[in-house]
Design a protein around this ligand. Structure first.
Ligand code: GDD
Length: 411
């Protein structure tokens, strides 16, 4: 892959945010170019084998889920965490049929689990992580909550990298690119504490019967603006470096996943920045994680070649995402009166009876959880836990269109 080198890197305490890098070519020929970084297929492949892709899903069109799962490169393990309805129709069962069919044809490794399986809640309770549980000990609704389940499973598989892909993408080719972009980001990183966030080149919309290739949405524009203001008001120098505040499509090293805090639902992505600024930024009050402080945390922002075409969920959904995103910024330790009042102006139509944006639930780091016992509990007790292993591949020669040979055990 050929990627532009970042023109500038904002250094904010121990956090290094690289400026947006465009994908120049999805594959490349080893041409040496001082403005670009050439990443070989072998290097990308070596990352894919150590990468788990988590697909959170809630009642999405099965055709879309099918395309997304088929597009994720074979070498990655796919972990589907579903919060789909089970009555009156068992949508989770239908999702499992899609997964099983792809596994049977490809032998790709899959794990799937339902977020509301009571055993998932019990497993969290047993490992001492209650902050995502309801009173009845089931896991709360929310995309972020599903992501945490997936991350623990990925950890128990010994994965070094964890990525996320939404299940409602219309274009399988985009999904494949997203995963390759993650791998390319990890190839460029120089620290075990790395995050790769994607910025879509375009997000097409139908406007007056024509496709309009829109670049920015209202939520991401506002989130990026205020995240940048947090840095600018702290350093005294204006910056526009953050362009991926709401990046649902992102990946991180397991080392970084272990020390992050997570905000509930859709506020999870902007809160990544807020947490890193508050904990590792210029005004961090105590050194909580000396290894990460010394090694530094790198954030890569990659602009995809493919556009992002996904299900539109309506204005109420957008407003709630805007509110929860900006709330994370408002409650940052770095948010001063100036940023607060600008934020409130932006939210005036949405805040209604609240005087200030309500604080999102924050879930503590997962590093202290015994991920192996968590997954073992799911494997032995959870009715919805399915693990389709990469049992073997066919080795042989193709004769008249047929593969002849024996099935071999994979390592
Ligand atoms: N497991 C689980 N649990 N998955 C969920 C839940 C839940 O409670 N709620 C939603 N999901 C899944 C959806 O099915 C989808 O695959 C993914 O999470 C994203 O949810 P959407 O409802 O499609 O979100 P969106 O498209 O509006 O927003 C996405 O993009 C934003 C950036 O533009 C999300 O990824 C946001 O987090 C992101 O900020």
């Amino acid at each position: 892959m050929l990627l532009e080198l970042p023109r500038h890197t904002e250094i904010f305490g121990s956090v290094k945010i690289h400026e947006l890098q465009r994908v120049i070519k999805l594959d490349s020929g080893g041409f040496e170019n001082p403005r670009a970084c050439d990443i070989t297929w072998d290097d990308i492949k070596s990352i894919l084998k150590r990468l788990a892709i988590i697909v959170p899903v809630k009642n999405e069109n099965l055709h879309l889920l099918d395309g997304v799962l088929r597009a994720i490169p074979f070498d990655c393990t796919i972990i589907v965490v579903s919060n789909s309805d089970r009555v009156p129709q068992d949508i989770y069962n239908m999702e499992k049929e899609v997964i099983t069919s792809i596994h049977n044809l490809s032998q790709q490794e899959f794990i799937s689990i339902h977020q509301k399986d009571p055993e998932v809640g019990f497993a969290f309770h047993d490992v001492g992580y209650d902050s995502l549980l309801e009173k009845d000990k089931t896991v709360r609704d929310g995309k972020s909550e599903g992501m945490i389940i997936g991350m623990l499973i990925a950890k128990s598989l010994g994965k070094d990298f964890i990525g996320f892909v939404d299940a409602d993408n219309y274009v399988p080719g985009s999904v494949r690119e997203y995963v390759l972009d993650y791998a390319a980001g990890f190839c460029m990183s120089k620290t075990p504490y790395t995050m790769v966030r994607l910025h879509w080149r375009y997000k097409p919309k139908v406007v007056e019967d024509r496709l309009y290739f829109k670049k920015w949405g209202r939520v991401s524009e506002a989130t990026n603006r205020y995240l940048n203001l947090l840095i600018s008001t702290c350093t005294g120098f204006e910056t526009g470096v953050v362009l991926t505040g709401n990046a649902g499509e992102h990946a991180l090293t397991t080392n970084l996943a272990d020390i992050m805090e997570y905000s509930t639902g859709y506020s999870v992505e902007p809160y990544h920045f807020v947490y890193l600024f508050d904990t590792f930024g210029l005004k961090a009050e105590e050194i909580l994680y000396p290894d990460a402080f010394n090694a530094g945390i790198e954030i890569f922002q990659i602009e995809t070649l493919n556009p992002h075409l996904h299900e539109e969920k309506g204005q109420v959904h957008i407003n709630s995402m805007l509110l929860s995103s900006l709330s994370t910024v408002y409650h940052s330790k770095l948010c001063n009166d100036h940023v607060m009042s600008e934020l409130l102006d932006n939210l005036v139509d949405i805040l209604r009876s609240w005087e200030t944006p309500p604080q999102n639930v924050i879930m503590p780091p997962i590093g202290g959880i015994d991920a192996d016992s968590f997954t073992k509990m799911l494997e032995s007790h959870a009715e919805t836990f399915t693990w389709l292993k990469h049992e073997g591949v066919m080795e042989g020669v193709i004769e008249e269109g047929y593969l002849t040979g024996k099935s071999v055990q994979s390592v």
